[in-house]
Design a protein around this ligand. Structure first.
Ligand SMILES: C[S@@+](CC[C@H](N)C(=O)[O-])C[C@H]1O[C@@H](n2cnc3c(N)ncnc32)[C@H](O)[C@@H]1O
Length: 252
């Protein structure tokens, strides 16, 4: 395993595991390419709030498994990881409706995390925690196999240019990695507003043998699937009259 060095703290290039080598397979994994750890400025208020509450509610990508029970201060609750939570609009809207579930929002973009952190503190939402880092590395390095009840990826960057398709987060290898981290019966939920990305994902729905695809809607899905609000990027897509496509898989 590569070490999760500290370069990503300073806005440098984040650590990138060679998953094919680590897992000894020929599956496809996303390349972050030259995307650096996304910085961005916080307002003075956000900075103060971040400094005060991040040590309790957030952590940085690390090479150690998350002690979920200690972090949430309760044990035996289901845990869902959302990758690319952006500003956390739907994360904060869904969490109170699934108060029994531990929600971990993973994002590269610090101002997005700061916004969610602010909402979590203001609204006293006690079942959300945050990790700053590349979601694929976070899942690989910080969650052991069969430890999660759900993984959500809402409106991932579509990387529309053909030469950038290799950066898309949904690939055969990530489906395999996500499946390995889900418990039996766990759910992977992906949504996109991008027609070409939807075609790409549709081609992959049966790519991972341990994930059973459930066409939308799946009324018996054991988890909340309604985002409650239109997220920032969902709204941008709807403004352009894009169709929203939802994907649900069950770990078997
Ligand atoms: C198009 S936005 C969608 C944000 C949010 N889910 C929404 O619907 O408004 C994609 C988000 O994923 C984040 N992101 C992209 N690649 C990521 C990765 N590998 N790990 C974690 N977050 C990532 C970006 O910083 C961005 O905030």
């Amino acid at each position: 395993m590569n070490s999760a060095d500290s370069s990503h703290n300073s806005g440098g290039r984040p650590p990138q595991t060679d998953f094919r080598e680590v897992f000894g397979n020929e599956l496809d994994y996303p390349r972050l390419g030259n995307v650096t750890f996304r910085r961005g400025t916080l307002t003075d208020n956000q900075e103060a709030l971040f400094n005060e509450h991040w040590p309790r509610l957030g952590m940085q990508l690390a090479d150690a498994p998350v002690d979920i029970d200690t972090w949430f201060g309760r044990s035996g609750h289901p845990t869902i990881v959302e990758i690319g939570s952006g500003t956390g609009t739907s994360t904060a809207a869904m969490a109170p409706l699934e108060a029994d579930t531990n929600i971990i929002a993973v994002e590269l973009y610090k101002p997005g995390l700061a916004k969610l952190l602010g909402q979590v503190v203001r609204e006293d939402i006690d079942n959300i925690r945050m990790i700053r880092g590349d979601g694929v590395e976070v899942i690989y390095r910080m969650f052991p196999p069969e430890s999660l009840d759900g993984i959500r990826v809402f409106f991932p960057d579509p990387w529309p240019k053909a030469r950038h398709h290799k950066r898309r987060i949904i690939q055969s290898g990530t489906l395999n990695l996500f499946a390995s981290r889900l418990k039996k019966g766990g759910v992977l939920h992906v949504a996109t507003d991008h027609a070409d990305y939807a075609e790409w994902i549709t081609e992959l729905v049966d790519a991972e043998p341990s994930l059973r695809f459930h066409p939308w809607p799946w009324p018996e899905c054991p988890q909340l699937t309604d985002r409650q609000v239109i997220t920032k990027f969902e709204g941008k897509g709807l403004d352009k009259e894009h169709t929203i496509t939802e994907y649900l898989w069950e770990k078997i």
